[in-house]
Every structure is written in structure tokens, then in C-alpha cells.
Design a protein around this ligand. Sequence first.
Ligand SMILES: [Zn+2]
Length: 239
Amino acid sequence: MATATKEEMDILIKLQDIETRAYKINKILDGVEQEIETRRKKRSDAENGLAKLESELETTRSQYKEFESEVRDRDIRLKKSEEYLKNVKTNNEYQTLLREIDDNKKRNSEVETQMIEFLERIETKEKEIREIKSRCEDIVRDTEREIAEIESTTITERKELEEILEKRDAVATLVKPRLLDMFNRILKQSAGLAIVPMTNSTCNGCFMKVPPQKFIEIQRGESLNFCHQCHRILYYKGN
Ligand SMILES: [Zn+2]
């Protein structure tokens, strides 16, 4: 059976007090962290929305540029064809070339109409982006301020936690490694409560009645005793 001296039991109780305080502080900090996370999400949503619009604008602009170069290339071809038209020999050739010139002109005119539409689209998007950018800057500024404010409310807790953890590490060195491992394992499995007093022959961890035989053993305090229900370490604290 695992054993622990009276001194070791006292140290475990002290360790538990430290862990309980750390657990409470961590809970406060977790809640605060969630609040901060909400702000961070708000900020990144705004930034992502803006980035999406900017990338859409970039796509529209590059489509516009493609149209531009398409028209330019066709213009060059048109000029060449018009030049060539002066030198054609047959009527057939002349008609074919004329038709080609006509088609190209028509196509360019279509593309130019589309370009006007694209220019309008670009302008609208630029205006939208300007507005959203300014709103996004406000959100970033506001959320940063809010996060700093929230963080400042926990300065005391963070400092205390740091001190507590240092103290815990120091106290932990006073316990046999095997006992400490066991304590830490129970702590992890039992919602941060590894050692609990037995009062009125009841486990203070799960509030189950302790069997009479166990009660006597715990009262004697000569061996390590565990609650048969929640498996926490039990110690006697008087009735
Ligand atoms: Zn129990």
C-alpha cells in the first residue's frame, strides 16, 4: 500500500491549496482570454472582409488590363489590314479583308463597352473599399484598445499566478517523486482536486459516505487512503 508520512500529507494539503488557488485564477484568465478571443475574431473578420474586396478589385483590374491589351493588339492588326487593303488585287480578296476589318472593329467596340462597365465596377469597388478600410481601421483600433483594457484587468491575477506557480514548484520538491506523480495524476483526473478532507465520515470531494473501516484508517493517518467513489486522497480533519 502506498504510504505518506504525516509531514508529506501536510505538504500535499499545502500543495492542494496552491493548486486550488491557481485553478481559480486560471479560470478567471480563461474567461478573460475568451473575451479577448471574441475581439480578435471581430478584428480578423473585418480584416478578412477587406482583404477579400481588395483581391476582387485586383481581379477586376487585371481583367480590365487584359481587355486593354486585347483592344491594342486588335488595333495594330486593324491598321495593318487597312494598309494591306490599299494593295489588294482581287475583289474577292478585298471583300474578305473588308469583312475581317469589320469583324475586328465590331469586336473591339464590344470589348470597349465591356471596359466601360469594368471601369464603373472598379470605381464602385474602390469607393466601397475606401469606406470599409476606414471602418476596418476603426475596428482594429477599438479592438486593440479593448484587448489592452481587458488584459490590464488581470495584471494582479497574472502576477499572483506566477508567484503561486513558483511556490508550487518549491513545495513540490519536498514530496517524494512517486507521491508527487500520483498527486498530479489525481489532480488532472479529478477537476483540480487531488486531496480532500473527510468530514462527518464523508468525502469532501464527491460527498460519498466513507465506510466505517476506512474511516478508522483515515483517522489513524498511517497510510494513504483513497475515496472508493472519486479516488481522491482522503485525510482526516476532525468532525
Ligand atoms: Zn470522493
